[in-house]
Design a protein around this ligand. Structure first.
Ligand SMILES: Nc1ncnc2c1ncn2[C@@H]1O[C@H](COP(=O)(O)OP(=O)(O)OP(=O)(O)O)[C@@H](O)[C@H]1O
Ligand SMILES: [Zn+2]
Length: 617
């Protein structure tokens, strides 16, 4: 019996298409490993895989193509080596690279029949979405968060794209809640991580995305007080590196600042007032009670540490981090930027600091303390990744890919996986593109140009005004604003000087709304860099003259939901690690479907006949 016997029986006519398919998989992490195994065992002819990361110990509980011996090696290359043994007939091509690298051009994307996203961040997802729209290659987008998962089929012009619905941006906390009136453990954790850690060892608070520092009439005087507190803390930093430093910091944040808060009597009329904690008292208790070394306490991540244990770990971690920062400062070259440490949930010293400082602050405000394990999850914003969810979602990705290969888009679905007991899968029909989406409902064309000669002025005058008939009121955007009617500083610069090169997307936003009409949809222009363009009269060549229709007239409620302008090069989510907000899972109502019960031994299997989902009761 050959390797193909069962798969031929199972897939019938589709199998020939599967064998002939050339597909791309972006991301070889939790979903990616499962998906690659499926693609290879199903017999997809040629699979290219891209991942920029190396294997970490924490990946091994769910990324089963990797073993202990592979730690620190490339995910893409190891995944290829492991998976190729499952089916030597499949051609596997691996790239240890960022999918945003210029080598992965639109022309390169065009070579694929299908692209699978198995990514963990919004920025890369948006980028691949746009590349697939431009290259006109179907995309299967997937994501998981804990027990929930989602698969979406995206086909240019036929379905919604990844950006047709606005995505939630990561949450930030008002600075006054964090600095003055915390009421939940998360407030103390954000304070420890984004305010205290940053001020003592890293960048300043103002630069942290977790804190909303906007000043308004309600918070102006408190913001002024907080600024004063900041500068006092900075003064204490003069004692950095001395034996006094830790005590000074402790007394400042857990006594002096708290006394100041207490003096704002109105603030505590309706909430529990904070209670300062005293260094000397805790030190005495520590001498009497804590027999374990701080490192021993810190290694225990399951129990909630006592107040004195947190004190001991706080002191120890401040000393360790100070020593690390001093070392960096000594080694840093003259004139280079000030060295800084940054919080990383996997860097134990930074985590210990955040755990102890957050718990001490919780003590002050009468908030429940948390274990190191819990704080790691909250500070790293992590929802545990579950191998089974990834495996199920990877399976659904392949089932959906059969519909695309079979030109049967009508039966493709958006599939949601959740832990609801009555039904783990729910599906939605694919929706047509959102006509107001600034990513897919746009006009597109390519432009060949000599980027080291062609200036922004040439572009605006020759291409946009003369050739395409735009008015004065336009903006030209890449990952930044290059030009608009009030901003013409860049007009004499060449494309090259503006960072526009082969493969750059330039977005033209029409801002002129004629009486009784709307502006034109955005034009997305892909640059093909060429040395000297042949035509003598024009120094650019458009791949086609794009038709640029006008936007639909907005319904009154639609305005507020408009998707923000982004050409996808904008880094929306800086962290590459899994964030709760990154995987935009939408709760849908359970759909009514016909179910037929069949008996299989002693289990009830429910076959749901609107897709391939099978639930075991
Ligand atoms: N721009 C990108 N180009 C290529 N690969 C990317 C890019 N962005 C993310 N990835 C990869 O996508 C994969 C996503 O996998 P997953 O969600 O399991 O995350 P992880 O980094 O393996 O695990 P965790 O974040 O939970 O520690 C990762 O291997 C990551 O390296
Ligand atoms: Zn769209």
């Amino acid at each position: 019996m050959s390797r193909e016997t069962y798969v031929t029986e199972a897939l019938g006519g589709i199998y020939e298409r599967v064998k002939a398919a050339r597909v791309l998989m972006v991301g070889a992490g939790g979903i990616g490993c499962e998906l690659l195994k499926n693609l290879v065992l199903t017999g997809f002819g040629e699979v290219h895989l891209v991942d920029l990361d190396t294997i970490d110990l924490s990946n091994l509980n769910r990324q089963f193509l990797f073993g202990h011996e592979h730690i620190k090696n490339s995910k893409a290359l190891v995944a290829r080596d492991t998976a190729s043994k499952f089916n030597p007939d499949v051609q596997l091509i691996a790239y240890h690279a960022n999918i945003k690298d210029p080598q992965f051009s639109v022309a390169w994307f065009k070579r694929f029949d299908l692209v699978f996203n198995a990514l963990d961040n919004l920025d890369a997802r948006r980028y691949v979405n746009r590349m697939c729209l431009t290259a006109e290659v179907p995309l299967i987008e997937s994501g998981t968060t804990g027990f929930n998962g989602q698969v979406q089929v995206i086909v240019k012009g036929k379905t919604e794209c990844y950006d047709c619905n606005p995505k939630e941006v990561p949450k930030s906390f008002p600075v006054c809640t964090i600095r003055t009136t915390p009421s939940q453990p998360i407030h103390c954790i954000v304070w420890a991580k984004s305010y205290l850690f940053s001020n003592l060892f890293g960048i300043d608070e103002d630069e942290s995305p977790d804190l909303d520092n906007s000043v308004n009439a309600d918070n102006a005087s408190e913001m002024e007080n907080l600024r004063r507190e900041n500068s006092e803390l900075k003064r204490i930093k003069d004692a950095f590196g001395t034996s006094e430093y830790t005590r000074l910091v402790f007394e400042k944040i857990f006594k002096v600042d708290i006394d100041r808060l207490l003096s704002m009597e109105d603030a505590w009329k309706h909430r529990k007032a904070p209670v300062p904690i005293l260094y000397e008292e805790l030190q005495q208790s520590a001498n009497a009670e804590v027999k374990k070394a701080a490192s021993k306490v810190a290694s225990d991540d399951q129990p909630v540490w006592s107040l004195v244990e947190n004190f001991v770990v706080f002191k120890d971690s401040v000393e360790r981090l100070s020593a690390r920062l001093l070392q960096l400062q000594e080694n840093s070259a003259e004139g280079s930027s000030r060295p800084a440490l940054s919080f990383d949930k996997d860097d134990d010293e930074t985590l210990n600091f955040v755990v102890a400082a957050a718990n001490l602050r919780s003590q002050v405000f009468g908030i429940e303390r948390k274990s190191k394990f819990e704080i790691k999850q909250m500070a790293g914003n992590i929802i545990p990744a579950i191998a089974t969810t990834n495996a199920v979602i990877a399976g659904v990705c392949v089932l959906q890919s059969f519909k695309i290969l079979n030109n049967d888009l009508d039966h493709a679905k958006v599939v949601f996986l959740s832990r609801r007991p009555e039904r783990i899968f729910s599906t939605e029909s694919l929706q047509p593109p959102n006509p107001r989406c600034v990513v897919c409902s746009v006009a597109r064309c390519g432009m060949e140009v000599d980027v080291s000669q062609f200036t922004l002025h040439d572009f605006v005058e020759q291409v946009l005004r003369t050739k395409l008939g735009y008015s004065e009121e336009i903006s030209v955007v890449t990952d930044k604003l290059l030009y608009d009617v009030e901003f013409d500083d860049n007009v004499d610069k060449t494309f090259k000087e503006l960072g526009i090169d082969d493969g750059t997307f330039v977005t033209i936003i029409d801002e002129e709304e004629p009486e009784g009409s709307t502006a034109r949809v955005n034009l997305e222009l892909l640059v093909y860099a060429k040395e000297g363009v042949d035509d003598v009269d024009v120094n650019y060549k458009l791949t086609k003259i794009p038709e640029i229709p006008r936007k639909p007239v907005p319904k009154p409620t639609e305005e507020a939901n408009e998707v923000p302008v982004s050409n996808g090069n904008v880094a929306v989510s800086a962290g590459l690690k899994r964030k709760a907000e990154d995987d935009d899972l939408v709760e849908v109502n359970t759909m009514d479907t016909k179910k037929s019960k069949i008996e299989t031994g002693d289990e009830h299997v429910v076959v749901v006949d609107d897709d391939e989902a099978i639930e075991i009761d």
